[in-house]
Design a protein around this ligand. Structure first.
Ligand code: CMP
Length: 162
């Protein structure tokens, strides 16, 4: 009986391991002007690294109004669009490609919901955000958006392989 159970476990373990492994993905992250200005870049990066995300590319830039408008074009026409563009161009931002298992969803869990008021303690938006318009970080909302957003800011040659 014991050897039968052992055989079943040995046969099943590669399947169980395969189920647990998540695909390695890339996602785009922006540490926004408020979090950069208040000196929280280092702490925010720790949240990503402690949860298994690696930095595959990074640049500190001041977005032009045109870049901010294009990047957030899907929100054009919404009441907060102009404020969002003004805010995103108000100071430098740290733009990163983060890589890891299930990176898109993982980054969204680490950030917490868009509105810091809804975010749980220990998430970046709870810990560093002020309000929905000043929420410390942006992260891609799907794998498809991640691909578009990464290519908006980075050439393939600027992204390292770990
Ligand atoms: P982000 O993840 O960068 O994506 C779009 C941004 O628009 C979002 O974070 C918020 O900062 C901002 N945003 C979304 N909804 C609102 C809102 N109702 N009022 C103000 N800003 C908003």
């Amino acid at each position: 009986m014991k050897s039968y159970l052992l055989a079943v476990l040995l046969c099943a373990s590669p399947l169980l391991a395969a189920e647990k492994a998540q695909p390695v993905e890339r996602t785009l992250s922006i540490i926004k002007p408020d979090a950069v200005a208040s000196g929280h870049i280092g702490e925010i990066i720790e949240y990503f690294e402690h949860d298994g995300l690696k930095i595959a590319a990074a640049k500190l830039v001041r977005l032009t109004p045109e870049q901010a408008r294009d990047f957030y074009a899907e929100h054009k026409g919404r009441p907060f669009y102009n404020d969002l563009v003004n805010y995103m161009t108000s100071g430098p931002v740290l733009i990163q490609v983060l890589e890891g298992e299930d990176a898109v969803a993982r980054n969204r869990r680490i950030m917490g919901p868009t509105n810091p008021a809804d975010a749980q303690e220990g998430t970046i938006r709870h810990d560093f955000g002020t309000d929905i318009g000043h929420n410390a970080v942006h992260g891609s909302d799907s794998l498809n958006s991640a691909k578009k957003e990464i290519s908006f800011f980075f050439k393939d040659s600027e992204i390292v392989k770990h």
